[in-house]
Design a protein around this ligand. Sequence first.
Ligand SMILES: Cc1cc2nc3c(=O)[nH]c(=O)nc-3n(C[C@H](O)[C@H](O)[C@H](O)COP(=O)(O)OP(=O)(O)OC[C@H]3O[C@@H](n4cnc5c(N)ncnc54)[C@H](O)[C@@H]3O)c2cc1C
Length: 400
Amino acid sequence: MTSRRALIVGGGIGGPVAAMALERAGIEATVYEAADAPSDYAGLFLNTASNGLDVLRSLDVDVVAGAEGFPIPNMVMWSGAGKRLGEVANGIRLPDGTVSVALRRGLLQRVLREEAGRRGVKVELGKRLTTYQVGGDGEVVASFTDGTQAEGSLLIGADGIHSATRRTMDPAAPEPTFTGLLSIGGYSHHTGVPPTPDTQHLVFGRRAFFGYLVRSSGESWWFANLPWADEPSRAELAGRSTEEWKRRLLELFAGDLDRISEIIQATHGEIGAYTVHDLATIPTWHRGPVALLGDAAHATSPNAGQGASLAMEDALVLAKCLRDLPDTEQALAAYERLRRERAEKVVAYSHRIGRSKTISNPVGAWIRDLVLPFALKRFANPRAHAWIYTHHIDWDDKVA
Ligand SMILES: Cc1cc2nc3c(=O)[nH]c(=O)nc-3n(C[C@H](O)[C@H](O)[C@H](O)COP(=O)(O)OP(=O)(O)OC[C@H]3O[C@@H](n4cnc5c(N)ncnc54)[C@H](O)[C@@H]3O)c2cc1C
């Protein structure tokens, strides 16, 4: 056991997982989350891949039922005109049968937060970090917008893509880049689209990209990626009503597969809209007793469905380093050394996938639809992407 106390900034995905891993390593952790209240139904759904689920299994955390999750082992690609371009596995089935699952993001966060709480981790809501300072004794003092402070022996910035921890650590670090895509989505009831509960459908429409899955209950979970020239402000996105988004999406997908319009029309509840950014590389992930993890260190666009899994992997490796290396700075340096190459490779891979979604000129789209069936045959080869999905972190292995 060690007497180190960790301040974890951010209670999204990587933060609570890091807290649970640290607790297992004998390090006390408190999570400080900016949101005032849980928002269980915010943030659409996400794919958590076998490598992320493997991390959760190492920590004996089961999120699937609590986050209304279900396995999605297959993906079918379509052209907007309805030509079936091919089928690929959604990740790789691990020897124990684990495959990627679709989960509701808000519920996933709740399950992780509550499980961390059951294990003795304190989670404080309404704590938005403004800055931190490292004192002469090496202790870190975090300051929050409500005027309060917290002190610990190390601070982990798990505060997402627009990380305040990253800005404080290195004000010159590059900012995330807008990828030219918006991600918009929701949930629909009562469409005539038949359930295909183990398959996600991805449609390269004429003007935009559409993804959907239909659960056995008939409920559809869907998202659209829209090419968007200039980065919109948060206020601009929030200022558009669900009805406005519906109208815009119905225009964009007019003439594409009919089921797209049917699913959009049947949306119940709000349509959420997010800008898609990524962050290819930053000069350092750690300084003194402070480290970054997840999107704060290496934000990936959602195209590869890996951001959550990478954040979980970071969390486990970081806790192992702190468990095995008594010097905090050495532990954080080892963590970065073990994680950076893999994380940045996934970010670059996901970015490349995104480029095929932004082709909206008819000739480019025609070529893509012609070439894609051959490219998919290569993607369908599980060995090509085994490095992503079968990545395993052995908790019992010592970090040298
Ligand atoms: C539209 C969209 C779809 C996606 N789909 C997928 C997918 O299918 N699969 C996948 O694996 N990934 C997906 N991602 C990416 C994934 O969501 C992220 O990579 C993942 O959430 C990163 O986890 P994190 O813990 O690092 O950050 P986050 O989950 O973003 O958590 C950061 C937390 O920090 C809090 N916070 C922020 N600032 C502060 C502050 N100053 N002080 C305190 N707290 C703060 C936030 O409120 C938040 O709770 C998607 C992303 C988007 C935008």
